[in-house]
Design a protein around this ligand. Sequence first.
Ligand SMILES: [Zn+2]
Length: 207
Amino acid sequence: MLIDFHSHFSSPDSIVCTADASAPDRDSALLRCAGLLPDKWTVQGQEQLFSLLARNSGLQLGEVGLDRRFESIMPMDRQITILKQELEFAILKERSISLHCVHATKPMIDILKELDFRPYSILWHGFNGSPETARELAKLNVILSIGPRFSGNIESILHSNPYTVPETDYEGSNNLEHQKILENQYHRFPEDYQDQAEKMFSLFCHQ
Ligand SMILES: [Zn+2]
């Protein structure tokens, strides 16, 4: 099976995330995550997210993160404070975490350095950074996930952080289209990457 490490489409091979404090469809995904991004954040939303996680032990956290594009909606300092609350809650509840990070690499790495999380229980989704950043995240035991928009050299990212996996970030609802994008992503990785991806999935969700 080709595992999709980050999508918004509930398929049996996907780690499915939300961004608006809702839970993904029940039973139809490989792993379900509920998240909340800064542009959709409200006090009630965060309460709902925490209550969902508290009530469903199989639910993970994602996607949550920092995004410079949303600074007019929520300043970066506030994004950082809120993200820390969310991460601390998930770590306390022993959940895996899918991170979203757009133009905020430095503050995100600073946050990760302060946190005491289980190795490989955090996945940096949509990674689009340099091999140097990938190396820094390897030292922190963070999994990197690479989507269709990644423009760099996957080989050099893999060399810097062997814990790198494919994702689609697919937001549509067409099974065939999703499969095609997922297959294309795996083609960008070394041959037989499927086994490696399955091992990383086990590490991520502690199975
Ligand atoms: Zn996403």
